[in-house]
Design a protein around this ligand. Structure first.
Ligand code: ATP
Ligand code: MG
Ligand code: MG
Length: 548
C-alpha cells in the first residue's frame, strides 16, 4: 500500500526534525468563554495528533486573559470534551499562571524604551492608528520617560486608575504597513474578578502580548493556529525577539467551516441565552458536547478531522461529510434493534390470541461478538406505514393487498384485508401468517423479496423520538437577506418530536449510546430520557446524502 502523503504541518515538523529538533511540543489554547465546537475538535486533533505522531507532547493552555467573559464552567467542559475525544494533555496551564512573568517582561520592555503608558481613550487610539494608506498619528504620550512609564504602569497595576483610563502600548512604528505594529496595546485596565486570580490583577494582557510569551514559557516548538492569525505572526516574533526568550514559532492552517453550521462562540452563546436551543449540548448545536449527546462517537469525529485534512486556504466543508463519518463508524459498532416510528397496526388473524413467541435477532451483522437477543412476537404488531401500499407500483416488494412479506427474524405474512375509517384513512391491516415460515423458511419453499421490521404491540415501549434537521436553513448561516439577521436563518423545523414504538430491549440502552433502528437510522437515548419517559435522538439517518 502507498504511504499517505504528508500534510503541510507534518512536512514542517519533519523538516525541523531533519534540522536537528529533538523535541516536538504543541499546545491547544482555548479561551474558556464557551463550549468547544467541531472546529475546535479539528484543532485538537491536529495539535494532539501531531504530538502523538512525532513522539512529542501537547499542553492544554487556557487563554484566560479576559476575565469578563470567562468562567470555570467552560474550563470543566473543555477538559471533558478533549478527554472524550480520546486525548490527554501533558500540562494543564493557564495564561493567568504567567501574569507575574508577563508583568515583569512588560517592565523590561519599558526599560528598553519599547513600551509606554498612553492616556488616550480607546476611541482616540483607534482614530489615530491611521489606515493602511495613511500613517498613524503618534500619541502625545508616546515620548514619556522610562521613569514616568514605570511609575504609571506600577500605579495602573496597583489599581489607581479606572477602567479605560490608560493602556500600556508597545513602541514600534506608527507608520508600519502592518497595522498591528502601530504601537499595539499590551495591557488594559479591567477592574474585574478573574476566575483564577481573583482580584489580584486589575490590568490584563492582550492576546498578542500574552500568547507568544506563554508559548515561549512552555517551550512550544510548533504553535499551530488558524489562518486569521497570520498577520499576527510578525508581532508574535517581535515580542519574543525584544525579550530575547525561547523562540517558539507560529504556523497557520485554515479553520474548519461547515455548511448549515454556525461556528462563532459569541453567536452560539446568544442562541443558548435566548433559549433558541435547549442549551450548549442541544443536539442541534455544533458543539462537541452536543455531538456526544446526539450519539456521535469520538472515533467518528476524529475520522472526520482526518478526512477533511489540513488546508492552507479557507474553504467550506459539506455537513454531509460529518454525517458520513458517524454513519460509517456506527455501521461498524452500533447494535441493531427494531423500532417503528410511523406505526400502522397489523392484526394476524390466524395467530392465537394470547400467545407470545420469542425470535432470535442478530445484534450486529458487522460484529459477531455482539451476539443475539430475543424479540417477542404476538398477534398484533406495528409496522411502518410506508411499508404498505394499497396500489403499489411494479417493483414494490413490501406489503400490499394480497401480497406477502417477511417480518424480519420472524414469519411471512400476507395482507388479506385493509381496514379504513370513515374518512378513508387506513387504520389497520388484517393479515395471515404461514406457521411454517419462522426463521427464514416457508411451508413450500417459496421466497419473497421484501423484508420489513416490526414491533409486537403488546410488548412495545413507547418513546419520544427527536428528529433533527440542520439548525439553519442557509448553507452559510451568515448569508443574511436585507433587513434580516442571522437569527432569521434559524430553521423552524430543526427539531421534530414524534412517538415511536420500540422493541422492549431498547429500554436498556445507556444514554448517548447509538443503536441502529433497522431500516430507519441511528438513534440514542437522550439525557432527558427517564425509565418512565424514554427519549431518543436521531443521531443520523441511514442513507447517505453525500458520496465519498
Ligand atoms: P470564537 O472566535 O468563536 O470565540 P475562537 O477561535 O476564538 O472562537 P478559541 O477558544 O480561541 O476560540 O480557540 C481555540 C483554538 O481552536 C484556537 O487555536 C483556534 O484557532 C482553534 N479554532 C477555533 N475555531 C476553529 C475552527 N473553526 N477550525 C479550526 N480551528 C479552530
Ligand atoms: Mg475568539
Ligand atoms: Mg481565540
Amino acid at each position: 500500500t502507498r504511504e499517505k502523503s504528508l500534510n503541510f504541518l507534518e512536512e514542517i515538523i519533519e523538516e525541523s526534525i531533519a534540522g536537528g529538533e529533538t523535541r516536538i511540543q504543541t499546545r491547544f489554547p482555548p479561551e474558556p468563554n464557551g463550549y468547544l465546537h467541531i472546529g475546535h475538535a479539528k484543532s485538537i486533533c491536529i495539535n494532539f495528533g501531531l504530538a502523538k505522531k512525532y513522539g512529542g507532547k501537547c499542553n492544554l493552555r487556557f487563554d484566560d486573559t479576559n476575565p469578563v467573559k470567562e468562567d470555570v464552567e467552560y474550563v470543566d467542559s473543555i477538559k471533558r470534551d478533549i478527554q472524550w475525544l480520546g486525548f490527554q494533555w501533558e500540562l494543564e496551564r493557564y495564561a493567568s499562571d504567567y501574569f507575574d512573568q508577563l508583568y515583569e517582561w512588560a517592565v523590561v520592555l519599558i526599560k528598553k524604551g519599547l513600551a509606554y503608558v498612553d492616556d488616550q481613550t480607546q476611541d482616540e487610539i483607534r482614530e489615530n492608528r491611521g489606515t493602511v494608506s495613511v500613517p498613524g498619528t503618534p500619541s502625545p504620550w508616546r515620548d514619556r520617560s522610562v521613569e514616568e512609564n514605570l511609575d504609571l504602569f506600577t500605579r495602573m497595576k496597583n489599581g489607581e486608575f479606572p477602567d479605560g483610563a490608560k493602556v500600556l502600548r508597545a513602541k514600534i512604528d506608527m507608520a508600519h504597513p502592518n497595522m498591528l505594529f502601530r504601537d499595539p496595546i499590551m495591557y488594559r485596565i479591567i477592574h474585574a474578578e478573574h476566575h483564577r486570580t481573583g482580584d489580584k490583577w486589575c490590568i490584563y494582557p492582550m492576546y498578542d502580548y500574552a500568547h507568544g510569551q506563554s508559548d515561549s514559557i512552555e517551550r512550544i516548538t510548533h504553535s499551530i493556529c488558524t489562518l486569521e492569525f497570520d498577520v499576527h505572526r510578525p508581532l508574535y516574533d517581535w515580542f519574543i525577539q525584544a525579550l530575547d526568550i525561547f523562540p517558539s514559532h507560529q504556523y497557520e492552517f485554515a479553520r474548519l467551516n461547515l455548511t448549515y453550521t454556525m461556528m462563532s462562540k459569541r453567536k452560539l452563546l446568544k442562541l443558548v441565552q435566548e433559549g433558541a436551543v435547549m442549551g450548549w449540548d442541544d443536539p442541534r448545536m455544533p458543539t462537541i458536547c452536543a455531538l456526544r449527546r446526539k450519539g456521535y462517537t469520538p472515533a467518528s469525529v476524529r475520522n472526520f478531522a482526518e478526512m477533511v485534512g489540513v488546508a492552507k486556504r479557507d474553504n467550506v466543508i459539506d455537513l454531509g461529510k460529518l454525517e458520513y463519518c458517524v454513519r460509517e463508524d456506527l455501521n461498524r459498532v452500533a447494535q441493531r434493534r427494531m423500532a417503528v416510528l410511523n406505526p400502522l397496526k397489523v392484526v394476524i388473524t390466524n395467530y392465537e390470541d394470547d400467545k407470545t413467541e420469542l425470535f432470535t435477532a442478530i445484534n450486529n451483522p458487522e460484529d459477531e461478538a455482539a451476539g443475539t437477543r430475543q424479540v417477542p412476537f404476538s398477534k398484533v404488531i406495528w409496522i411502518e406505514r410506508d411499508d404498505f401500499m394499497e396500489n403499489p407500483p411494479k417493483k414494490f416488494f413490501r406489503l400490499s393487498p394480497g401480497g406477502e412479506v417477511r417480518l424480519r427474524y420472524s414469519y411471512l405474512i400476507k395482507c388479506e384485508e385493509v381496514v379504513k375509517d370513515e374518512g378513508g384513512n387506513i387504520t389497520e391491516l388484517r393479515c395471515t401468517y404461514d406457521p411454517m415460515s419462522g426463521g427464514g423458511s416457508s411451508s413450500d419453499g417459496r421466497r419473497v423479496k421484501g423484508v420489513i421490521h416490526w414491533v409486537s404491540a403488546a410488548d412495545a415501549v413507547e418513546a419520544e423520538i427527536r428528529l433533527f434537521n440542520p439548525l439553519f436553513t442557509k448553507e452559510d448561516p451568515d448569508d443574511v437577506a436585507e433587513g434580516q439577521t442571522w437569527e432569521d436563518n434559524l430553521n423552524p423545523e430543526s427539531m421534530i418530536k414524534i412517538t415511536g414504538y420500540l422493541e422492549p430491549s431498547l429500554r436498556d440502552i445507556p444514554v448517548g449510546r447509538a443503536v441502529q433502528f433497522e431500516r430507519v437510522g441511528y438513534f440514542c437515548p437522550d439525557t432527558d430520557s427517564t425509565p418512565g419517559h424514554l427519549v431518543f435522538n436521531r443521531t443520523v439517518t441511514l442513507k447517505d446524502s453525500w458520496a465519498k
